[in-house]
Ligand binder design. Structure first.
Ligand SMILES: Cc1cc2nc3c(=O)[nH]c(=O)nc-3n(C[C@H](O)[C@H](O)[C@H](O)COP(=O)(O)OP(=O)(O)OC[C@H]3O[C@@H](n4cnc5c(N)ncnc54)[C@H](O)[C@@H]3O)c2cc1C
Length: 226
């Protein structure tokens, strides 16, 4: 599982300027010092004000593109986030490699309690190992069948049906910061699926390198999207 920041547009100052255009004002990094300088206290204050008062649109001016590699089951949850753009590897066009998700021992868990109030408990090591073995066996059978179907001349778009949701997929995701904060609110929360939570935490780390003041303000304001 991995997340890579491919590109970004805008930063903390873009948010500040988007807000200040209301008063026909703008600042440039060049004016802040020879090396670009740092955000001023008033700028950080404005970002905090926007976040607290849910003036969300200036945060839409910062855009990031990520390359995400996760199991299909995780990608399905990710792609429920409609405010963003996706392009994914095509299992119609590409012969998929036997790259399947097997959780580490510590990530093999039981589901305990009632629907809506589930708790997840780590399984003991020997049971967890048996789970890993079972998953690998199931994947091997599925992949061998996939290969058999391709050898028989079955189209990839049909043969792919025997592959499980543990198959790894890869997609580009372009998203603005406001929508990204909504994603992070939901997907870094302790109730989110462990695997998406781990990758969302990586998205959060990468977003901090693009717009550190906005990310800090979001965290201070209770991690709710503006
Ligand atoms: C813990 C957890 C459990 C979940 N369980 C399920 C489940 O069992 N079944 C299931 O189907 N889904 C489930 N989901 C997915 C969830 O319902 C959302 O589809 C997903 O989290 C995307 O959230 P979003 O709509 O806020 O994001 P986006 O689609 O990115 O939308 C961002 C924001 O834009 C606005 N928006 C977007 N589209 C519309 C619209 N059509 N109308 C009005 N406003 C809009 C809303 O303000 C929204 O918050 C779960 C999500 C989580 C985090």
């Amino acid at each position: 599982l991995s997340v890579e920041l491919i590109d970004s547009m805008g930063d903390d100052l873009r948010i500040v300027n988007a807000a200040r255009v209301s008063f026909s004002k703008q600042s440039t990094w060049a004016a802040y010092g020879p090396d670009g300088g740092e955000l001023r206290e008033a700028d950080e204050g404005l970002i905090g004000y926007l976040m607290r008062n849910r003036h969300g649109t200036p945060f839409e001016m910062v855009v990031m593109t990520f390359r995400v590699t996760v199991p299909i089951g995780v990608a399905r949850e990710w792609q429920r986030h409609r405010i963003g753009s996706f392009n994914e590897v095509s299992t119609r066009y590409v012969e998929m490699q036997p790259d399947f998700y097997v959780p580490e021992l510590g990530a093999v868990r039981k589901q305990v309690g009632k629907a809506g109030h589930y708790r997840f408990e780590t399984m003991d090591a020997s049971d967890a190992q048996a789970v890993q073995v079972g998953m690998r066996q199931a994947y091997a059978i599925a992949y061998a069948t996939y290969q058999d179907l391709l050898r028989m001349g079955v189209a990839k778009e049909l043969a792919r049906n025997v592959l499980p949701v543990g198959l790894m997929t890869s997609f580009y995701w372009t998203v603005n910061l406001r929508s990204l904060l909504n994603f992070l609110s939901l997907r870094t929360h302790e109730t989110a699926l462990l695997e998406i939570r781990q990758e969302a935490t990586e998205v959060e780390r990468l977003a901090c390198s693009v717009a550190p003041a906005a990310m800090a303000a979001w965290d201070v304001c209770g991690r709710q999207a503006p």
